[in-house]
Write a protein that binds this ligand. Structure first.
Ligand code: MG
Length: 322
């Protein structure tokens, strides 16, 4: 069990790494989305233009910023507040909205309560288990870095606001529990093991996570299915030894490259810290939030957001840090 005496400075650096890393992975993967797996001799290692200019983050980071805003406003996640923020984003006509997310948010936009909208969409498509809630999971891990029970409870709710399939809920909780340990300096392999002990994960998903590091690159499908995104991210985290290598390996799997990039970016950023993120990627990173507000975000602003999320936990918890 992790003691109360924590390295506050180390946690802050790794929390910044998590936030900036997720957005960097999203932007690096953006031009590779829907593309084929790249040959090992031709891996993309630089921010490139795609549908958007080079370095632009996409819906993965935008929705994560909505989660962060909701957490900063409410401290403990409130499903209704979060749903309202997602609907506001959806109404601003983002360039990208996942199919399942669109089905849910379009119902909420007509005034339907979030839990009814999600329930109805899941009832008509019971097998739907996309990665749309996993891609935006990290703010919950940062705001609840001191409290694993609350981290898991809010991770579950964060998913359920759009993605209620048990595998989506479990994947989001698992990734955030891994981040919880990584923030404390735990090595990736041990952090994954600890998370598997703490989170209720369906047996088949548990087996997939345990097998992921052994999977050959050619067998990873990296689709929009939450199982595939989780598998790619765990594979990238555990088969490399730097932030840069983890991201390069995962985004070059193609297909849903930006989302897998965002998830492995959050994990690798939490593992290796802010300073491990290549400067050339941090310098290129940008995006707009809230959408249509004209407010530009860069790596510095994301690092500042990580500080605020971490500090809000310290304020809510009377136990001293460090
Ligand atoms: Mg995207």
């Amino acid at each position: 069990m992790i003691g109360d005496a924590v390295d506050a400075k180390g946690i802050l650096d790794r929390a910044r790494g998590c936030a900036v890393g997720a957005a960097v992975g999203d932007a690096l993967g953006m031009p590779l989305e829907f593309g084929p797996r790249r040959p090992l001799g031709g891996l993309v290692r630089e921010m490139r233009p795609g549908r958007l200019p080079a370095g632009t983050f996409t819906d993965d980071t935008e929705m994560a910023l909505a989660v962060a805003d909701s957490l900063l406003a409410c401290s403990v996640l409130d499903g209704k507040d979060l749903a309202q923020r997602f609907v506001a984003w959806y109404r601003a006509e983002p360039a990208d909205v996942g199919n399942h997310t669109r089905a849910v948010l379009s119902r909420m936009a007509t005034g339907e309560a979030w839990d009814c909208a999600v329930g109805e969409v899941q009832r008509t498509a019971p097998a739907s288990a996309g990665n749309g809630s996993l891609m935006r999971s990290w703010p919950v891990a940062l705001v609840h870095w001191r409290d694993l029970d609350r981290l898991i409870a809010d991770s579950r709710l964060q998913s359920q606001v759009t993605h209620s399939h048990p595998e989506c809920v479990a994947a989001v909780s698992l990734v955030n529990a891994i981040i919880y340990s990584l923030l404390r300096g735990t090595a990736p392999a041990e952090a994954v093991l600890m998370a598997l002990q703490c989170v209720d994960v369906p047996a088949s998903l548990r087996a997939l996570v345990q097998e992921a590091p052994k999977r050959p690159r050619e067998s990873l499908q990296n689709s929009g299915w939450v199982r595939h995104t989780l598998e790619s991210a765990i594979w990238g985290l555990m088969t490399t030894d730097s932030f840069e290598a983890a991201l390069v390996q995962v985004v070059n799997l193609g297909n849903d490259a930006d989302t897998a990039g965002a998830v492995v970016g959050a994990l690798a950023g939490a593992a290796y810290g802010h300073a491990s993120i290549p400067e050339r990627w941090r310098d290129a990173l940008h995006g707009e939030w809230p959408l249509r507000s004209g407010r530009q975000w860069n790596a510095e602003r994301l690092a500042d957001l990580a500080d605020r999320l971490v500090a809000s936990a310290a304020l809510a918890d009377p136990r001293p840090a460090g």
